[in-house]
Design a binder for this molecule. Structure first.
Ligand SMILES: *Cc1c(COP(=O)(O)O)cnc(C)c1O
Length: 358
């Protein structure tokens, strides 16, 4: 991706990795542009980012947050005339230009100006050149991670280019064109344009199995080049014996058909460990892969350590990550709990302790 700028997408608390942990690490790796969904997310990035690092809001910004954004040189998407007018007015009051990215509708039917609305937009931008800096022209593809959407994505790409050219003819020249997320950048390189907005891939996950297959099918070396940066760990809180014939945890989901040793771990569904992993999940303790038995509780889960030697209170428990020779990947975890990587990661609660490493 020579010559293509990389915007690191850190919405959803950096896909659950923690904005405060992730942003400084990404900056160390040379990232100087971050994308978020909303103004409150942008505020959190602004609290810790380096002065020159740019921030872009791709979605929600309330009318009364526009002043904050302009004052702090935070860039934001414009896909509504109201928002454009508010940006112009606020910029006039502050004497600071608004840094906007014009989002256009190309076929996803989510946010973005339709082509026919653009004449008004063009007029407003041209009339207010000192108040509006057109940092970018952008759109988003409706599912570049699946071949099922191939025709639709191709059509979107064409529509985008048509709009870009018609804007050029009207004397509007955006600084950057950007359309691609992780999947589009990998599967449709022509969509990379001047900048890509990469989320899931930078955390070490493929947008879908299809994207991965597409990538390795063109390579000699079939090993996965991505490194996950997150792990999720806890500790053994208490250990006890369970007699034959007794049930473990709520209800009758798990019956000890022989004497068992169990370890109680202070991680439950309120921390993001899904209830659907009751009697299903696996965790790592002392280098062994052990079963989660009984119901996952709000704050606790129970692991079967019957055949694991020397487990002590305080021993490390890995829910996601590696220990000894074993690894539990997020995808193994999400397949069991029927969630997308995206969903599981972004739902890890903010107060859960995180360790990320690059
Ligand atoms: C989330 C998002 C991205 C990043 O998507 P990934 O699949 O995680 O790379 C890019 N652009 C927009 C508009 C988004 O909302």
């Amino acid at each position: 991706m020579e010559g293509v700028k990389l915007s690191s997408v850190v919405k959803g608390n950096a896909y659950g990795h923690g904005v405060y942990e992730f942003v400084p690490m990404a900056e160390e790796c040379g990232i100087d542009h971050f994308s978020v969904f909303s103004a409150d997310e942008a505020l959190r990035v602004c609290e810790i980012k380096q002065a020159e690092t740019e921030v872009m809001i791709m979605g929600w910004i309330d009318r009364d947050e526009i002043e904050w954004a302009i004052q702090n040189h935070v860039q934001f998407y414009v896909f509504e005339l109201d928002r454009l007018q508010a940006a112009i007015e606020t910029s006039g009051n502050l004497g600071i230009p608004a840094l906007i990215h014009l989002e256009v509708e190309t076929g996803m039917n989510r946010t973005g100006f339709r082509k026919k609305a653009l004449d008004k937009v063009v007029k407003l931008i041209r009339k207010n050149e000192e108040k509006i800096v057109l940092k970018g022209l952008c759109t988003h593809y409706a599912g570049a991670e699946s071949i099922a959407n191939h025709v639709r994505v191709q059509r979107q790409y064409k529509v985008f280019n048509r709009i870009y050219n018609s804007l050029l003819k009207k004397g509007i020249k955006p600084e950057l064109c950007h359309t691609a997320s992780s999947a589009a950048s990998m599967t449709y390189p022509k969509t990379q344009m001047d900048m890509v907005r990469v989320g899931i891939l930078q955390y070490g996950f493929w947008p879908s199995a299809e994207t991965y297959v597409h990538y390795v099918s063109k390579k000699q070396d079939k090993t996965d080049p991505l490194n996950r940066v997150i792990s999720w760990k806890s500790k053994v809180m208490t250990i006890k014996e369970v007699n034959e014939g007794e049930f473990v945890s709520y209800g009758t989901v798990y019956l000890a058909t022989e004497p068992r040793m169990i370890a109680v771990v202070p991680a439950g569904y309120s921390h993001g460990y899904s209830r659907s992993l009751s009697n299903q999940g696996r965790v790592l303790i002392n280098g062994y892969r052990v079963a989660v038995i009984g119901m996952v509780n709000m704050n606790m889960l129970i692991a079967d350590i019957t055949n694991i030697p020397d487990v002590k209170v305080g021993d490390e428990v890995v829910m996601i990550g590696s220990q000894g020779e074993h690894t539990i990947s997020v995808s193994a975890f999400t397949e069991l709990s029927e969630q997308l990587n995206y969903e599981l990661l972004s739902r890890l609660p903010e107060y859960t302790t995180r360790m990320i490493t690059n």
